[in-house]
Design a binder for this molecule. Structure first.
Ligand SMILES: Cc1cc2nc3c(=O)[nH]c(=O)nc-3n(C[C@H](O)[C@H](O)[C@H](O)COP(=O)(O)OP(=O)(O)OC[C@H]3O[C@@H](n4cnc5c(N)ncnc54)[C@H](O)[C@@H]3O)c2cc1C
Ligand SMILES: Cc1cc2nc3c(=O)[nH]c(=O)nc-3n(C[C@H](O)[C@H](O)[C@H](O)COP(=O)(O)O)c2cc1C
Length: 767
């Protein structure tokens, strides 16, 4: 095949090498706009896995690259005058210029033609003479942008400013240096890539950048200002840029996240940064470029594979890898963009939050890297959780937590889950066993299902209620069991179904109206939940008074039952959530319109409940932190305001859920997918929060808590099939100080022994 590679970066060169290795008869030319030896950037970081891949693909170039690698293990985080050092991170890096030299030499040796100083124009007819034109022309690819429809480009220009500099100062550890200035925070990511040189990337928000006047400075002035700012880390060494002699390069940039729906059109194939980018803070762009090159060369040389089939396989495999990385990269990018959310943290927690920002590194992962450091974090966490009384080295999820006078023994909660099994709202033996068993299971706090304040406020005929003496008696029996037979606390979740009422039992059809016996429903406005649901009657002020009083009456019954805590359900599209979201609330009075107006009634209900509930006992509110409807619904920004508004009325904890507020929601699922909302409310609003949503491993819980993304973690579905989730987690983590019912002690120690043995065998097999 006759092939042109446009762009002589890692992607283009490595693809040329990989093609020649598979079939020397290919005629391959690489066109690079810059002169030989001139390139942007300084060092690039690799992972062990990338080294394995390039070694298998071309042992000759890999041998030279790996011989020249700079290795380092530690990460130093400089923050508020402290340096937090953690080890075991195992990085390898090489200078970009040196990497390109090695690849150029190897390409020449294999017979590739290299053209430097060759600016390529996609409109040039000469590209038709090639069987394939590989657009390896980087993030600002002209070949991709010449044909945006064909490639389905999705570009996201990120908020922060950064400049990629170098310095002769040799950093022995991967260094993050955060400096607070009168213009805001500014920080550097620095690492050594040769025996005499380090990369030094400076980053800050656009506001800080403007306030510094970087927008008005020449490149030399910018560099001088950065030298001054980071002087204490540079030990008198200079900062340097190599962007000035480059075609089409600027000093300060905004990172652009690129992804493409299609990676080929006609004879043009996208490769490397032209097809996709991953933020520099997770250091994987070069790895992706090299691995793309290997895969593309593989499929193009596989006998019998048509070009179309080859492209399908190339894109399917590489796109999956890219999406995974872009997901982590997005978390990492956002962490730096919202840095000020975390700057009130103590240095140790700040460093932990930084290290776990992409969610690729977890608590247990950090333990494997540097046990001593992680144990230091755990001791710190316990000390804070116990106001200095304990400096236990133990997983954060087992640390106690206090809300008003209620102390929960650990941070795990059983999330509210409707069981649809009551008759006339009365909990029965099923509920007694269900809640009792979960209380024995070791979680610190058990939530009841949404318990409705009136018969009409039920979702289904099977919902539990709290409106008469039978309810009080039945709930009291459950609460008494929890208090006498376990150390768990129990919280009553109170709610009203609003527009989502009068529907079937959960397993007979969620949100589907009853076949017969439907009761009329009311809500903020006459907006039906879906075309098959009833159109609710918009609430009058008299209705609002009545429902508020029903909530208060239910709270008083909750006191009689002995509940430790009460939660107001103002999420998931039910009555109060229906007031908060503009998707359901179309009112034109003082309860509709602005967020302040939409919150007015839910806050009134909360305040009335709070006054009826004892002041030494805590209250929480469950909210949907997003409607998953973009700007048309509640946004995470507004969720902070909502949390703050309830806190002003006396909410001690914001239970941060999301969605279910309109039938057309577009949620983005994944592990711990709602935790970022809790993180935001907790750290921007400075409020106690509970995270929920696909948290299922003890490692998830510990990472969330230690990173300060929530104060409690709630698990719903995992507790349906495993009431003993917390005890199992304790056995797995070899933590003994949990509340095991004495009757079950034997089983617990047996489980712990077995899990330990299995872990040891798995570790031995890995070695
Ligand atoms: C600040 C920063 C730090 C980074 N750190 C890391 C890291 O630590 N690890 C890592 O793996 N990656 C890192 N990256 C990403 C990495 O640089 C890229 O992902 C990688 O270079 C992609 O390789 P590529 O060959 O696709 O593109 P590039 O390396 O951008 O190469 C494209 C080449 O095409 C040339 N070109 C462009 N247009 C034309 C044209 N019209 N005609 C001729 N030639 C053209 C360019 O001059 C360039 O040489 C970082 C990026 C940035 C911005
Ligand atoms: C069967 C079931 C019933 C639920 N009922 C309620 C409820 O009554 N009140 C509530 O606030 N959330 C309810 N939820 C939502 C859960 O509390 C939780 O927010 C959601 O399931 C996500 O957590 P998970 O991924 O751990 O399951 C219910 C969830 C399930 C699976």
């Amino acid at each position: 095949m006759k092939i042109a590679c446009v762009g002589g970066g890692p992607a283009g060169l490595y693809f040329a090498i990989s093609m020649k290795l598979r079939d020397p008869s290919h005629e391959i030319e690489v066109f690079e706009r810059n002169a030989q030896g001139v390139t942007f950037g300084w060092g690039v970081v690799f992972s062990d896995l990338t080294v394995d891949n390039i070694t298998r693909n071309d042992p000759a170039s890999a041998a030279i690259i790996t011989k020249e690698f700079a290795h380092w293990d530690d990460i130093d985080v400089h923050f508020k005058g402290e340096t937090i050092t953690s080890g075991g991170h195992g990085f390898i890096g090489i200078g970009r210029k040196r990497l390109l030299e090695i690849l150029q030499e190897r390409a020449l040796e294999l017979g590739v033609l290299l053209h430097f100083n060759s600016e390529c124009d996609p409109a040039d007819p000469k590209w038709r003479d090639y069987d394939l034109v590989i657009a390896s022309d980087g993030i600002n690819s002209r070949f991709r942008d010449a044909n945006p429809q064909a490639f389905g480009i999705d570009e996201d220009v990120r908020a922060n400013k950064f400049v990629w500099l170098g310095t002769p100062k040799v950093f022995e550890a991967f260094t993050f240096a955060f400096e607070e200035t009168e213009h805001g925070w500014i920080w550097a990511h620095a690492y050594r890539f040769a025996s005499d040189c380090s990369t030094f990337i400076v980053e800050c928000s656009e506001d800080t950048w403007r306030s510094f006047g970087f927008d008005r400075m020449s490149q030399d002035e910018s560099i001088a200002a950065c030298e001054k700012l980071f002087a204490k880390y540079l030990d008198g060494h200079r900062l340097e840029s190599n962007a000035s002699h480059l075609v089409g390069s600027a000093a300060w940039l905004n990172f652009k996240r690129i992804k493409c729906e299609r990676w080929s059109s006609g004879n043009v194939i996208l490769l490397g940064d032209a097809a996709h980018t991953a933020h520099f803070s997770i250091g994987s762009g070069t790895k992706l470029a090299l691995e793309d090159a290997i895969k593309l060369a593989d499929v193009l040389n596989r006998p019998g594979l048509s070009l179309e089939a080859a492209m399908d396989e190339y894109v399917a495999e590489r796109n999956l890898e890219v999406l995974k990385l872009q997901n982590s990269a997005r978390n990492s990018t956002e962490w730096f963009e919202t840095l000020e959310r975390y700057t009130h943290f103590e240095p140790l927690q700040f460093a932990y939050s930084l290290l776990t920002r992409s969610q690729r590194i977890s608590h247990e992962n950090l333990r494997l890297r540097d046990r001593e450091w992680l144990e230091g974090v755990e001791r710190w966490f316990w000390k804070r959780a116990t106001a200095g009384k304990s400096n236990k080295t133990a997983p954060p999820m087992f640390a106690p937590f206090k809300l008003r006078e209620m102390e929960v023994m650990n941070r795990v909660t059983v999330s509210p889950m409707a069981m649809y099994s009551a008759v006339d709202g009365v909990p029965n033996d099923f509920h007694f066993v269900h809640y009792g068993e979960r209380a024995l299971g070791g979680a610190g706090l058990i939530f009841t299902e949404m318990t409705c304040v009136s018969p009409e406020g039920r979702i289904s005929p099977g919902c539990t209620g709290m409106w008469n003496a039978d309810h009080v008696a039945a709930w009291k029996r459950i609460v008494d069991f929890v208090h006498t037979q376990s150390k768990a606390k129990i919280c009553l979740q109170l709610g009203h179904s609003g527009a989502k009422g009068s529907t079937r039992l959960g397993w007979e059809g969620n949100d589907v109206p009853l076949d017969d016996g439907n009761w009329p429903v009311m809500a903020a406005s006459d907006v039906a939940w879906s075309p098959v649901n009833q159109v609710p009657r918009p609430m009058t002020r008299a209705d609002m008074d009545m429902v508020r009083d029903q909530f208060v009456a239910a709270v008083k019954m909750g006191i009689e039952c002995g509940f430790d805590m009460v939660e107001l359900h103002a999420a998931h599209g039910y009555l109060l959530a229906g007031f908060i979201t503009p998707l359901q609330n179309h009112r034109t009075d003082e309860y509709g319109g602005s967020l302040e107006n939409r919150l007015r009634y839910p806050l009134e209900v909360f305040a009335a409940m709070r006054s009826a509930w004892p002041s030494d006992k805590p209250m929480s509110v469950r909210i949907s932190a997003t409607d998953w409807a973009g700007d048309n619904g509640i946004t995470p920004d507004e969720a902070v305001l909502i949390g703050e508004a309830f806190a002003r009325e006396g909410a001690d904890l914001i239970d941060v859920s999301a969605g279910q507020s309109w039938a057309g929601q577009q949620p983005v699922y994944g592990r711990m997918f709602q935790t970022p909302f809790s993180d935001r409310i907790r750290n921007e609003g400075k409020l106690a929060t509970m995270a929920v949503g696909n948290i299922y491993e003890p490692d998830h819980a510990n990472s969330i808590l230690a990173a300060g993304r929530a104060d409690l973690v709630a698990l719903a579905r995992p507790h349906l099939v495993d009431p003993f989730w917390t005890l199992r987690a304790a056995a797995q983590l070899d933590y003994r100080d949990v509340a095991v019912p004495p009757q079950y002690l034997n089983g617990m120690s047996q489980l712990a022994r077995n899990l330990k043995r299995e872990a040891e065998m798995a570790a031995a097999l890995r070695v």
